[in-house]
Design a protein around this ligand. Structure first.
Ligand code: SF4
Length: 365
């Protein structure tokens, strides 16, 4: 182990807080804690966490709970959509029979993003992955002199490079704990820090201020598609389903007797009067593929101008109850593609922003 890793792990062993989720490697309990901690402070989460687990001790109990029961248990924590996502993830785990044990598998669960997938992989399954939250990013930027404007990927790569591979649980907790207790945003206690002698920012007030909220600075907004049309312009609303299963995406081939026949496209269609996007998505998937939507998460919305009309397209990442049962009810065939193969196909011009977004996500040129 490198000297700086030993220094931090020694500090952590002496100063760590005894938080209840640090005493478990049960993926359900880890996910509950990570979900609660996403937008709520540690001190508030602790009593909620314990009460919630008394009511819903495992994924089976939560997946079977009613809307009313889960919202009652969540009341006071805020952002109630979090508990719905948590329940959807538990339902997906039960549907597949076990917890995925790595980041690639966990990120396929509904409602689980890259941060949470890494946290569950590391804390529940001791996978050698680094977790990057705002505390971790701040510490790494300050110690290593990294510029937050380098972007999230550079920060994640710095976190990966710093990881004590053999001790992912202790290491990830240690860096987070240093950021939460010592290397705080506004008043870092450098004199009490195990890394003060090797820290680039410790004696540089300008750098300390510039790295107070590194993830905010690292998030660069990318605009996809055309700017929204002027107010009052009639716009057709369309939903698209990016259906994924086992690391593959589903596409269907447009019938040859239709406009752009033979081109691959995502299932979806117009939002009808009185429908919201999710209802339209479920209807289109049932009509075009004969299957039910298990979970849908918004991915991207953009506008496209055709010669005669404006269209607003909203794409959702979708999981199905029975992906193996899809049938081409409105197309000339369906196929599951690996991401690179899907993005190598020709798609209708209106979906170019989605293709660009997916290329970025999968780091494809
Ligand atoms: S020395 Fe100060 S700025 Fe550097 S990591 Fe420690 S607390 Fe943060």
């Amino acid at each position: 182990m490198r000297a700086e890793q030993t220094e931090l792990l020694t500090w952590y062993a002496q100063h760590r807080r005894d938080l209840p989720w640090r005493a478990t490697s049960d993926p359900y309990r880890v996910l509950v804690s990570e979900t609660m901690l996403q937008q709520t402070q540690v001190a508030r989460v602790v009593p909620f966490y314990e009460r919630f687990l008394a009511l819903f001790p495992d994924e089976k109990a939560l997946a079977a709970a009613s809307d009313e029961a889960i919202h009652r248990a969540w009341k006071g924590l805020g952002y109630p959509s979090r508990v719905e996502r948590l329940r959807a993830a538990c339902a997906a785990v039960l549907a597949r029979g076990s917890w995925p044990r790595d980041v690639a598998g966990l990120i396929e669960l509904p409602g689980i993003g890259p941060y949470t997938a890494r946290a569950v992989a590391a804390f529940a399954f001791a996978a050698p992955v680094a977790v990057l939250d705002t505390n971790v990013a701040r510490v790494l930027c300050r110690v290593g002199g990294l510029d937050p404007a380098a972007g999230r990927e550079a920060l994640q790569s710095a976190a990966d490079g710093a990881l004590a591979i053999g001790q992912p649980v202790a290491w990830n907790n240690a860096v987070m704990e240093l950021g939460a207790l010592v290397c705080t945003a506004r008043t870092p206690a450098c004199a009490a820090c195990p890394w003060t002698a090797r820290c680039v920012a410790a004696r540089d007030p300008g750098r300390l201020a510039a790295t107070a909220a590194p993830l905010k600075a690292a998030s660069t907004k990318v605009a996809y598609g055309e700017p929204a049309p002027p107010r009052g312009t009639p716009v057709v609303k369309v939903v698209l389903a990016l259906i994924h299963h086992d690391g593959r995406y589903l596409a269907q081939r447009r019938p040859v007797d239709k406009h752009a026949g033979g081109v691959w496209e995502l299932p979806g269609g117009k939002v009808e009067a009185g429908e919201d996007e999710r209802r339209a998505l479920a209807r289109e998937v049932a009509e075009e593929l004969g299957v039910e939507v298990l979970a849908a998460r918004h991915l991207l919305t953009w506008h496209h101008r055709y010669p005669d009309r404006w269209v607003r397209l909203a794409c959702y990442r979708v999981r199905l109850f029975a992906p193996e049962a899809v049938r081409p009810l409105a197309s000339d065939g369906v196929e599951w593609f690996a991401p690179g193969d899907l993005l190598a196909q020709v798609f209708p011009a209106g979906t170019a922003p989605l293709v660009a977004r997916l290329r970025k996500y999968h780091r494809l040129k």
